[in-house]
Design a binder for this molecule. Structure first.
Ligand SMILES: C[S@@+](CC[C@H](N)C(=O)[O-])C[C@H]1O[C@@H](n2cnc3c(N)ncnc32)[C@H](O)[C@@H]1O
Length: 265
């Protein structure tokens, strides 16, 4: 069960500092969406607003970019960026603060895999988009989990803690590409285009891996373990991660579904 109550000022600030990975793949998603000057854009699950601020530059003064996120500490950081991007506390499941057809583009960058239910949020995205408007999603792929999740699964199994990984905060609500295609069609996006892209990351050490995952999961990563078990997991994880050390650092791959679709109408 993902909790939205584990975030802290320190985690929000860390996320803003270490989220180059989400920012960089987010820029690819925005390129896929071909966002242009003058467009109205909604960033669902905007976090600390780095990508939203980038999109605000692309749409320029004649356009508008707004964001929603359920974590008030991250929304506060987003609104301190000194950008025209504006964020409000809100959830993908309920976009009622926005009228029907109010956006040209809606995107969710590294957000869908945190949502326990997807059809409601995708229908909300369809509702707030104008006809022919574009939806962009980047999301962890259930058919190809991030390498860190495979490592964690192996570690938990070796410690006799199997079955707890789903609850430990590693993007527990992933869907497959086929499931996402079907959800998009049901939500009013008839011809979605999907592809999986692979990214290779390098981390300085285990602390770096843990800090990235903890901040990215707003405190959920490994949060369900008792302190003694958490320490065992951490030590075993370190041994496994060190086996992946290269001259550039600990090398781990992430695989993400990129989906782009047009609203029907
Ligand atoms: C990994 S962060 C991505 C943040 C941002 N999109 C980025 O690219 O940096 C995941 C975000 O999903 C948000 N989130 C979690 N549950 C959500 C929900 N029900 N509706 C909208 N956003 C949600 C979290 O608060 C968090 O900011």
């Amino acid at each position: 069960m993902v909790s939205l109550a584990l975030d802290s000022a320190a985690l929000a600030e860390t996320y803003d500092r270490v989220s180059d990975r989400q920012f960089n793949h987010g820029k690819l998603l925005i390129e896929d969406l071909q966002v242009s000057p003058g467009e109205r854009v909604l960033d669902v699950g905007c976090g600390t607003g780095r990508l939203g601020a980038h999109v605000a530059e692309l749409v320029g003064p004649s356009g508008e970019v707004v964001g929603v996120d359920p974590l008030p500490l991250r929304v506060a950081l987003a609104n301190k960026r000194g950008s025209s991007f504006r964020a409000a506390v809100g959830r993908a499941e309920d976009l009622s603060q926005f009228a029907d057809g109010s956006f040209d583009v809606v995107f969710l960058n590294s957000v869908l895999h945190w949502l326990p239910e997807k059809l409601g949020p995708l229908r909300e995205a369809r509702r707030v988009l104008q006809r022919g408007g574009r939806l962009g999603i980047s999301s962890a792929a259930r058919e190809r989990p991030h390498e860190v999740e495979r490592v964690l699964e192996h570690v938990l199994s070796s410690l006799g803690l199997s079955g707890t990984a789903e609850a430990s905060g590693s993007t527990p609500h992933k869907v497959t590409s086929d499931e996402l295609t079907s959800l998009l069609v049901q939500a009013g996006f008839p011809q979605p285009r999907l592809q999986i892209r692979t990214f290779t990351d390098h981390f300085t050490d285990t602390e770096d891996v843990l800090a990235f995952n903890l901040a990215s999961s707003f405190g959920n990563f490994l949060s369900n373990f008792a302190p003694a078990d958490a320490e065992r997991v951490r030590a075993a994880l370190e041994a496994e991660l060190e086996r992946r050390r290269t001259p550039e650092g600990i090398r781990l791959q992430r695989h993400l579904i990129f989906a782009v679709a047009r609203a029907d109408g």
